[in-house]
Write a protein that binds this ligand. Structure first.
Ligand code: HEM
Length: 395
């Protein structure tokens, strides 16, 4: 983003001093675009009842960072960071320049950058007497090998954009603004298919499947349910959601030794078109009753889609995952897989029961290994200029 020839919207974001409340109560200055135009289609609105990056279309790349509160920093210091992040969020997502901007993405568009901030149970318990019932610790699922240092955290920031440099810029700015107050606990980076994103197609994951077909629809997301916290949750979270993060390694050596037919039966959909087995189109209904001529189930009993399919609307999740490729492991294979990100109203009625079914019976489990995990309460959006992220929690 950098400068772009935009003036009039320079947010003052000193490293030592955070932007004060006074700046938040003033209307945000309107950026004046002088030369290079920031295309409206490249901008995902930062402000709104819900934070962006949940119901807004998934961009091609993600950087997910968990932070812990450093040293003795308390509520007032965290509130200052949240105010600074709110101002920076508005500036970064509209391509406005900021003091101390590292200029990594100068000349790039805003690339549909979205910024989504959440809090972990460890932080909520420090601030409030008790955590909301839905901010659960996930149980240990059969087969998990969780690295605690790459799991959990006091806060999480999901940055999504169609340009990795834009993400690098936003990550640097936000982390620097929190210096001395928050320290990075872990970070994950992920990607999807840029071609599929451009054409509005379902992208493939690193097992070669079309992934993301049956998801909560945009029209359903516009309504109060199924993934938003409403009046039945704590007031500070109304309009928010819960994010479950799972870093799921794909055991590609084993997977690549299976043939296409076996792979399709593991998922319950064809690889080429993504159609449910026995159907023609990706969009066809997943008919769990369908039988082969020999009487066996067309979509196998242990297939992923059969077991993952929500048993009721309480199990609905908005899956917004990304592929990741990371380090070379000691055995010479590459650590790669799915950064599973799912937004929901209550993980205890959605992710947990679904994952319990998968862990017990899913044929896909033989080819995956979950290595990190986290649950975060995703804060409501900011819908007034004077508002800031987490104001109802940290005030
Ligand atoms: C569906 C892959 C993990 C929940 C699917 C589909 C694929 C897939 C290819 C079919 C296309 C679609 O509808 O999106 C994977 C892979 C995983 C993984 C490769 C791990 C590496 C999970 C986990 C959960 C989950 C951990 C939740 C606990 C779902 C749900 C559906 C689905 C809810 C839609 C089922 C339906 O209603 O048809 N997954 N998945 N998946 N998956 Fe996964």
């Amino acid at each position: 983003m950098g400068i772009f020839g935009i003036t009039g919207a320079t947010a003052t974001l000193g490293v030592a001093g955070y932007a004060g409340v006074s700046q938040l109560t003033k209307p945000a200055p309107t950026p004046t675009v002088e030369t290079e135009q920031v295309q409206a289609s490249d901008v995902v609105a930062f402000d709104g009842i819900h934070q962006a990056g949940i119901a807004t279309p998934a961009q091609s790349n993600v950087v997910l960072t968990a932070y812990d509160v450093a040293g003795t920093a308390g509520k007032a210091e965290i509130a200052a960071v949240m105010k600074a992040w709110t101002l920076a969020g508005r500036a970064l997502t509209t391509g406005s320049s900021m003091e101390g901007d590292p200029d990594i993405s100068t000349g790039s568009s805003t690339a549909s950058l979205s910024i989504t901030v959440g809090v972990g149970a460890t932080l909520v318990e420090k601030i409030k007497a008790q955590r909301p019932g839905a901010l659960v610790d996930l149980p240990a699922f059969a087969g998990d090998q969780i690295d605690p240092l790459r799991s959990g955290g006091d806060l999480v920031v999901q940055l999504c954009a169609d340009d990795p440099l834009v993400l690098a810029q936003a990550d640097r700015v936000l982390t620097r603004l929190a210096r001395g107050i928050l320290r990075v606990r872990w970070q994950e980076q992920g990607f999807g298919s840029t071609g599929a994103r451009k054409d509005g197609r379902t992208g493939r994951n690193l097992m070669g499947q079309l992934d993301g077909t049956n998801n909560v629809t945009t029209s359903a997301l516009a309504k109060a349910g199924p993934i938003w916290v409403s009046d039945d949750g704590p007031a500070w979270l109304a309009g928010g959601s819960y994010l479950v993060v799972r870093r799921i390694r794909m055991l590609t050596e084993q997977w690549d030794q299976t043939n296409k037919g076996q792979q399709e039966r593991v998922i319950g959909r064809t690889k080429d078109t993504g159609a449910p087995l026995g159907s023609k189109l990706e969009s066809d209904f997943v008919d769990l009753e369908a039988k082969n001529p020999d009487g066996s189930l067309t979509i196998p009993a242990d297939s992923h889609v059969r077991l993952a399919k929500p048993a009721s609307s309480a199990e609905n999740m908005m899956r917004r995952g990304y592929s990741y490729r990371g380090a070379v492991l000691p055995d010479g294979s590459v650590d790669q897989g799915l950064l599973f990100l799912a937004f929901q109203k209550d993980p205890s009625t959605s992710f947990i029961p679904v994952q319990q079914r998968l862990a017990a019976h899913d044929a896909l489990e033989r080819f995956t290994l979950t290595t990190s995990s986290g649950v975060f309460a995703i804060l409501p959006g900011v819908s007034a200029e004077s508002d800031w992220l987490g104001s109802a929690l940290f005030s």
